[in-house]
Design a binder for this molecule. Structure first.
Ligand code: 3AL
Length: 176
């Protein structure tokens, strides 16, 4: 698990902007622009206000940028996990639900579903695994969501990115 000094709201609001960017650069996976954009709203009245700022930022992005963000997400239990090249945050999240210790049969099943999903939508299946919390719930999620329309899945995927972002922020401040 990644451990850093947890920031209080006061410390967070007093960070030099470049430090704010660095601290929150990966709360949206591999998309540091989110922290850069949201730093313009400093200081925040509460952690919740900060999280809502990130959520609104994600909500208002163009379809093209939403697609880009989804495509920056690693597959669940995929190749990057196998070769230990996940970001620190993603590695923590995926191992917290045991995706690094799947049986060969479970691995085969999730890989096949990931491929089917990507083939249909052109972006990977994204879910906040810490919230889904169980492998079975994740599998059920892909199995159901693969039937959705692409526009629907784009929004569902971005809503999951918001949940991941919320938990990553709470992890960095003294709330989780
Ligand atoms: N593909 C995907 O959902 N990836 C992610 N979900 C999550 O909770 N952490 C991730 O890296």
């Amino acid at each position: 698990m990644y451990v850093r000094t947890k920031l209080t709201l006061e410390q967070l609001n007093a960070l030099p902007v470049s430090e704010f960017h660095k601290t929150f650069e990966n709360v949206v996976e591999c998309w540091p622009e989110a922290a850069i954009f949201c730093s313009a709203m400093l200081p925040f009245k509460s952690f919740e206000a900060m999280i809502v700022t990130f959520e609104n930022y994600l909500h208002r992005l163009s379809t093209e940028n939403k697609l880009r963000i989804l495509r920056l997400h690693p597959d669940l239990a995929g190749r990057l996990l196998d070769v230990q090249q996940l970001t620190e945050e993603s590695s923590y999240e995926q191992s917290s639900v045991g995706l690094d210790k799947l049986t060969p049969e479970d691995k085969r099943q999730i890989t096949a579903l990931n491929e089917e999903y990507k083939l249909k939508f052109g972006f990977p299946f994204v879910v906040c695994v810490r919230e889904a919390s169980k492998f079975e719930a994740i599998l059920r999620g892909i199995t159901e969501r693969v039937n959705n329309r692409p526009e629907q899945e784009l929004e569902t995927g971005i809503n999951e990115v918001k949940k991941i972002c919320r938990l990553r922020i709470l992890q960095l401040v003294n709330q989780l």
